[in-house]
Design a protein around this ligand. Sequence first.
Ligand code: NAD
Length: 294
Amino acid sequence: MARIAFIGLGNMGGGMAANLAKAGHDVRAFDLSADALARAKDAGCLPADSADAACADAEVVVTMLPAGRHVEQVYRVHVFGAADTGALLIDCSTIDVDTARRVAEAAAGKGLTAVDAPVSGGIAAAQAGTLTFMVGGLDEAFARAEPILADMGKAVIHAGGNGAGQAAKICNNMLLGATMVATCEAFGLAEKLGLDLQRFYDISSVSSGQSWSMTSYCPMPGVGPETPADRDYQGGFAAALMLKDLRLAMEAAASSGADTPMGARAAELYQQLVDSGQGGRDFSAMALMLAGKI
Ligand code: NAD
């Protein structure tokens, strides 16, 4: 069992740290929020007074922070100075590829090994320990990270070198954003054409229009499996987080010269959804916006 520092105990990190403690690791946890820290203590983690204190003597440092600037600040101000030489740094936050590569390089310069390991799966998967991790880093770093990540997830996949995990994550979520918009507009058109929506689902879910957005996360209430649409689009994956990921994808497209017109349109539409005050609702609430209901 490893001595693990866990920094960032929010919606996702709280459940993840709890699962590491449940697996028998010695988890020293830190968050700026006293409430988050208290929940981690209840879940079996040892609360630390500071990020530096959490990192002292840690073999592994896991971070689950909002965005790239938080990761860079926590690494440079706290982790790099406090972690022992040889410690493994695993950043599970969703951040931009450039920052992920930059911090990994800076870590290597300090004798530390870093991997980016963003996740697929939301808060429920973080709590249940069923996340999918996409990992960017050297082979030996992946080999060290894999058993730790396996205690928090159902799949751990090596995507390539540093930054490759973040690259896989934003490409996947750009695809998800675009297919969700397309699925919502297909249902909107089906309704206007007088089709029964369940019948359309029955047909499309076994035809060439099928996608995860259709069959696993159907955006129409009462159609297909139970999804956030059946709970008035509450819970699930917030539209604001989808917008964050689409923005990261657009930044990466601009810096790499990739042409991503569907991703760009999805980003515009999610911006509109968030601007209308719906950022906290599930991202499938796009169906309501396209139908003119919000
Ligand atoms: P969150 O805002 O709930 O949690 C972030 C935590 O980081 C907060 O508790 C905050 O207090 C803490 N924090 C911020 N700066 C800190 C610092 N300097 N030191 C210590 N703690 C600090 O966010 P979340 O929903 O847990 O998401 C975390 C990451 O996971 C994000 O990058 C997000 O994009 C990604 N993600 C989220 C989901 C989801 O469904 N929520 C799904 C997949 C990926």
